[in-house]
Design a protein around this ligand. Structure first.
Ligand code: WQD
Length: 341
C-alpha cells in the first residue's frame, strides 16, 4: 500500500482528498498544525472510510521537525501539499505572515522531500494566479498576471519555486493544480467547509444566511458587464476536486508524464454568476435566501472559468457534479454541522 503524506489534511479540500485517497487504497499520513482545522475532522474521515489516517500535529515552519518527520516516513511515495494560509483579505493586512506561512514552509518541505527516494509532489495552487484573464475560458497557457494579493502572490511564487526545483532535479516530479472555486461537501455531510468567523467566500455565506447564522447575504455588485450584472466564477464540487488529486498522484507514481513539472486547471469549464448560485441554492433547498445588492468588493475580477481540456485529456479527469449537486451538499453539510439534521 503506497504511503502518501497530506499536509493540511484536516482542512476543507485536504480532508476530502484524504477520503478519496483512502478509497483508492493509499495509506495516508496527515500533517496539520490545527491552526485552521479541528481534530474532530480526523474522526469524521474515519467514520466515512472506516480507516483512521495517521496524524501528526506539525507546524511546517519548524524545519527540524519537518526533517525528523520525513526521516520517520522515508518510505513515503508522494506528498500532497495543502497546508497554507488562504484568506485573500487577511493576506493584504498581514503579508509577512503569508510569505512566512506559505513560502518558507514550502522551501523546507521541498528541501526535505528532495532527500527521499521518491520525490512526487502535488501543489495546491489557484486560478487566482491568472487575475482577470484576457481570454475565457482560461487555459494553463494564459499569462500569469501580477497578483492582486499577497495570497495570490504566494501561489505564483510557489509554482515558480517548484518549477526551479524540477529544473535542477530530474528525479523531482511535481504537478501544480490550479483550483477554480471549490464548493460543496462530502455527500455523507460529515466533512465540509468550516470557515472560522465570518465567511469570506460566497457559498458558506449563503448557507450560513439560510440557517440563520447571518442576517443577510450581500451580493457584491450587480453592475458588472455580465448577463445579470454579477460576477462569474467556475464553482467546482470539492469531491470532484479531491478525485483530481488522486488521479494526479497516480500519474506521478507511474511517471506517465513526459516532463517532471506540469500544471492543470481544475474547474468544471462552466461559469456561474452570483445570482445563478443563489438561485441554485433556492432551487435545491426550497429556502428563499435573504440577500441585498451591495457595493462591489475591491479586488474582485469580473469573470473566470476554466478551459478543462488539458485535465480532461492528459489527466483523464473531468468534474462530474453540477452546481445543484454542490449546493445541495453544501446545504446538507450546513444543516448537519448546526445539528439541524
Ligand atoms: C465569489 C463571488 C464575490 C461573498 C476566492 C479566492 C480564491 C479561492 C476561492 C483559494 C465573487 C461574490 C462573495 C459574499 C458576494 N480561494 N461574493 N458576497 O473571490 O472568486 O475566490 O476564493 O484558493 O483564491 O480569491 O471567491 O467566494 O469570495 O467570491 O457577492 O458575501 O461571490 O464578489 O464575485 P473568489 P468568493
Amino acid at each position: 500500500m503506497d504511503k502518501v503524506v497530506v499536509t493540511g489534511g484536516l482542512g476543507f479540500i485536504g480532508s476530502h482528498t484524504v477520503v478519496e485517497l483512502q478509497n483508492e487504497g493509499f495509506e495516508v499520513v496527515i500533517i496539520d498544525d490545527l491552526s485552521n482545522s479541528t481534530l474532530e475532522t480526523l474522526d469524521r474521515i474515519t467514520s466515512i472510510t472506516g480507516k483512521k489516517p495517521q496524524f501528526e500535529e506539525l507546524d511546517l515552519k519548524n524545519k527540524s521537525k519537518v526533517e525528523a518527520f520525513f526521516k520517520t516516513h522515508s518510505d513515503v511515495k508522494g506528498v500532497i501539499h495543502f497546508a497554507a494560509s488562504k484568506a485573500v483579505g487577511e493576506s493584504v493586512e498581514k503579508p509577512l505572515l503569508y510569505y512566512e506561512n506559505n513560502i518558507t514552509t514550502l522551501v523546507y518541505l521541498l528541501k526535505t522531500i528532495g532527500q527521499l527516494e521518491s520525490s512526487n509532489f502535488i501543489f495546491s495552487s489557484s486560478c487566482t494566479v491568472y487575475g482577470q484573464a484576457d481570454e475565457l475560458p482560461i487555459t494553463e497557457n494564459a499569462p500569469v498576471k501580477k497578483a492582486e494579493s499577497p495570497y495570490g502572490n504566494t501561489k505564483q511564487i510557489g509554482e515558480e519555486i517548484i518549477k526551479d526545483t524540477c529544473h535542477v532535479d530530474a528525479d523531482f516530479n511535481a504537478i501544480s493544480l490550479r483550483y477554480f472555486n471549490p464548493i460543496g461537501a462530502h455527500p455523507s455531510a460529515k466533512i465540509g467547509e468550516l470557515p472560522i468567523g465570518v465567511p469570506q467566500n460566497l457559498v458558506p455565506f449563503i448557507t450560513q444566511t439560510a440557517i440563520g447564522l447571518r442576517d443577510q447575504l450581500s451580493v457584491f455588485g450587480d453592475d458588472y458587464p455580465t448577463d445579470d450584472g454579477t460576477c462569474i466564477r467556475d464553482y467546482i464540487h470539492v469531491v470532484d476536486l479531491a478525485k483530481a488529486h488522486v488521479v494526479a498522484l497516480q500519474r506521478l507514481l507511474v511517471k506517465r508524464n513526459t516532463t517532471n513539472c506540469e500544471t492543470f486547471n481544475l474547474g468544471t469549464g462552466t461559469g456561474s454568476s452570483v445570482l445563478e448560485v443563489i438561485h441554485a441554492f433556492e432551487r435545491v433547498s426550497g429556502e428563499k435566501l435573504n440577500y441585498e445588492i451591495a457595493q462591489r468588493r475591491a479586488g474582485d475580477i469580473v469573470s473566470a472559468y476554466a478551459d478543462t481540456t488539458k485535465a480532461n485529456e492528459v489527466l483523464g479527469w473531468k468534474a462530474k457534479s453540477t452546481l445543484d449537486d454542490a449546493m445541495r451538499s453544501a446545504w446538507k453539510w450546513e444543516q448537519f454541522i448546526r445539528k439541524k439534521i
